[in-house]
Design a protein around this ligand. Structure first.
Ligand code: GLC
Length: 440
């Protein structure tokens, strides 16, 4: 059995660790400037500047069912949708602000369409909710805020009251977790308690759990949706550890107890989360697959982001990237779902440029060939342990020998315990071929 002891958390993460692969969706007014979701603060835009997007947000091509179909086809099993990003704009028909999609030319509750469509497609449904809010009049100016460079920034903070803002968040989270049925994930973003201003901006304080009144926020969420998974970004540890824009090289462990934790890497196709027209750092197809495999080989999940356009669709590049996953997952999903890091005693067998995953019942070991080797792949220590081997994508048998490479040449590798799988000379036509080993 390859069942690792994983740190217990308040929510039930077992479905999550089984499903492994989800879609992040960053969609908001920032799709219109199309140059990063932080554009309002990067360019120090005023409310009036930013209103031009509010006035023109008209996603006439939005078809959530089409998004859900593409997510499902890509092998994703859950999704997390930005209900509100740092800009403060709300993608649902909230009662607590006018700054919402129903007051734009969109005129509809976009979040509801997402929920209905993704659920109908059999995917689990999550909400991202930004703790930062660059529109709310009570959210104090800090080092991330668009008004931070205004000469009168400090004066503008007078009268702002984070306690009222914390109440606003509780009211909104109540709506989100009451009016849309069962919600599987609540993804708060993010805390920066140590990010203070310096010099004449020393009064600009970072923000964290106390500012969000995170205890009360989480208690509320758990009362409304008892099984829900919540990330750690309020500054209070909950269910999910969320490394972002980098790939861990080991299964994340709890810093105090050393236990394995439930973790989810979140990644972009191209660097920005919101739709970015001129971004050119799109990941190669190989890299997309490797990132997913790497993650699962270390016991984690991958949340891969799509930034839809302001018309309401995934652009060609995003569709192509999703198709890369679809093609690979259709044939190889078995090495991802319900799989985790291989048992410790199997890890020494791992050849160079390969990754293992293993089914949770321990019966199947998956060898992912990142660089396709010539003729043989050698697995020290696995002789006597494998009953049958095949390529996963086409279930074609792969013959193997034990103890030595079956070749007359002098110097052909041999050693007790060596398992040698014979490979065809040509790499099969899948981005990352997977060898499925049925263990005895
Ligand atoms: C960040 C960014 C943000 C993005 C998020 C996703 O913390 O602020 O724009 O939504 O990461 O993980």
């Amino acid at each position: 059995m390859s069942s690792y002891a994983i740190r217990r958390t308040p929510g039930d993460a077992s479905w999550f660790r089984h499903d492994r692969f989800g879609m992040f969706i960053h969609w908001g007014l920032y799709a219109l400037p199309a140059r990063h979701e932080w554009v309002k603060t990067r360019e120090r835009m005023s409310e009036a500047d930013y209103d031009r997007y509010f006035e023109r947000f008209d996603p006439d091509l939005y078809d959530a069912r089409e998004w859900a179909r593409q997510a499902r086809a890509a092998g994703m099993r859950y999704a997390v949708f930005t209900s509100k990003h740092h800009e403060g704009f709300c993608m649902w028909d909230t009662r607590y602000t006018d700054y919402k999609c129903t007051n734009t030319p969109a005129g509809r509750d976009l979040l509801r369409e997402y929920v209905d469509a993704f659920r109908a497609e059999g995917l689990r449904v999550g909400f991202y909710y930004s703790l930062l809010d660059w529109h709310h009049p009570d959210f104090t100016i800090d080092m991330h805020h668009p008004r931070r460079d205004d000469p009168d920034a400090q004066a503008q903070n007078e009268g702002r009251d984070m306690r009222r803002y914390a109440q606003y968040m509780r009211d909104q989270v109540t709506e989100l977790l009451t009016n849309y049925g069962k919600i599987d994930i609540l993804w708060f973003d993010f805390s920066y308690p140590d990010y203070h201003g310096e010099g004449d901006r020393a009064w600009m304080r970072g923000k964290g759990a106390a500012d969000w009144e995170a205890d009360a926020l989480i208690t509320l969420a758990r009362r409304l949706q008892p099984g829900i998974l919540i990330d750690n970004r309020t500054g209070i540890e909950q269910d999910l550890w969320t490394p972002e824009q980098y790939q861990p090289l080991e299964w994340l462990r709890h810093p105090q107890t050393g236990e394995y934790v439930t973790w989810e890497a979140c990644q972009t196709f191209s660097g920005s989360w919101g739709y970015h027209r001129d971004e050119t750092t799109w990941k190669s197809p190989e890299m997309l697959i490797r990132m997913l495999v790497n993650t699962v080989s270390l016991g984690g999940n991958l949340l891969m982001n799509v930034g839809p356009t302001a018309r309401g669709c995934f652009d060609r590049r995003a569709q192509d990237a999703l198709r890369v996953y679809a093609d690979w997952m259709r044939l190889n999903g078995r090495s991802i779902y319900g799989c985790t890091m291989a048992e410790p005693e199997l890890l020494p067998a791992l050849p160079a440029d390969c990754r293992f995953t293993q089914s949770e019942d321990g019966k199947r070991l998956y060898l992912h060939l990142f660089a396709y080797p010539f003729a043989h792949v050698q697995l020290p220590g696995l002789a006597g342990k494998v009953a049958y081997a095949q390529f996963l994508h086409d279930a074609s048998e792969l013959r193997f020998t034990e103890g030595r490479v079956d070749h007359f040449s002098e110097g052909a590798a041999q050693s007790e315990g060596l398992l040698v799988i014979e490979l065809p000379a040509r790499k099969p036509d899948v981005l990352v071929p997977v060898v499925e080993l049925f263990l005895k």
